[in-house]
Design a protein around this ligand. Structure first.
Ligand code: SIN
Ligand code: FE
Length: 295
């Protein structure tokens, strides 16, 4: 099953050995971990944040940097912004505890940005490259992962169940990363080496992009631009109802978000060397296909 279900109801351990082992194996093999019985609870006063007008109108997400407490992309100010940041922080800290308790070997996972996505996905206007309704693997132009560091994301659908049973976040996931990479990696043109140096110096990127970063960005863009691939590639629809949570390696699992509003998301970064099965990491798969070291 592409979606591995967990019956747990608490956002912390202890979890049984069998549960922890099952979680790590599923995740590293490109499955999504699905938690249908572990909702993220909003307090009464926080339900006011179920409002599509909460973004600043420019960014599609509101983001929180937990190290500085800085909140970006919101129209909320003053005391309201502080309460929004507190809600996002409670979510992000909870997600971090859950990931560390559930995944036996992930104690060194790094908590990155926390986001809140209050805008309905369906019907928004996007450029092709920023259209996450198209199948893609995550790769970010300004945030190099250098030596193949993983992008792990935990999501919670905090929408309320609508009277018609709606409110689900609707995704599609694609074929295994190795199959996707075998099709697209040979088409990617080698990048101009001076570019990553210049981007770093100009402050376009936070640190220098590696050959792995260039390749992942190319794969992200090539998949979205290939209308034939988008039409004919395998798509498995997945629904995440209000109150459910899920965890997935979005640099590995081809995904598209088609519909839904009000999701919270916590990003983690994780060293390939600390994985149970590092050979499943995108960098190792791409190195095997290209026959080159990419970091
Ligand atoms: C994405 O990572 O492509 C978007 C996921 C979502 O917002 O549900
Ligand atoms: Fe994505």
């Amino acid at each position: 099953m592409i979606r591995e279900e967990f019956d747990i109801t608490a956002w912390h351990g202890p979890f049984e050995f069998e549960t922890r082992a099952r979680a790590q194996i599923a995740l590293e093999h490109g499955h999504l971990l699905y938690f249908p019985k572990m909702p993220f609870q909003l307090s009464n006063s926080e339900t006011e944040f179920l409002d599509g007008g909460l973004t600043d109108g420019k960014a599609k997400n509101i983001s929180l940097d937990h190290t500085s407490g800085k909140l970006q992309g919101t129209s909320a100010t003053g005391e309201r912004a502080q309460r929004l940041a507190a809600m996002m922080e409670r979510f992000g800290a909870g997600a971090t505890r859950l990931v560390k308790d559930l995944l036996p070997n992930y104690s060194k996972v790094e908590r990155a940005r926390t986001s809140y996505r209050p805008v309905e996905v369906e019907g928004r206007v996007y450029s092709v490259i920023s259209d996450d309704r198209l199948l893609h693997v995550d790769a970010f132009p300004s945030r190099p992962m250098r030596n193949g560091k993983r992008i792990l994301r935990f999501f919670a659908n905090v929408a309320s169940l609508s009277p018609d049973g709606g409110g689900s976040r609707q995704w599609e996931v694609g074929e295994p990363f190795a199959d996707f990479a075998a099709k697209f990696a040979p088409r990617v043109k080698p990048h101009f080496p001076g570019k990553s140096w210049a981007y770093d110096k100009l402050g376009v990127t936070r640190g220098k992009r590696s050959a792995y970063d260039e390749m992942m960005l190319s794969l992200h863009d090539a998949a979205k631009r290939d209308t034939n691939y988008q039409k004919t590639a395998p798509h498995t629809p997945l629904e995440f109802p209000p109150g459910s949570c899920w965890l997935v390696y979005t640099d590995q699992v081809l995904h598209a978000a088609l519909k839904g509003e009000f999701a919270l998301e916590q990003t983690f970064h994780f060293d390939v060397a600390q994985m149970g099965e590092p050979d499943t990491a995108p960098i190792r798969v791409l190195e095997k296909i290209t026959g080159k070291g990419l970091a």
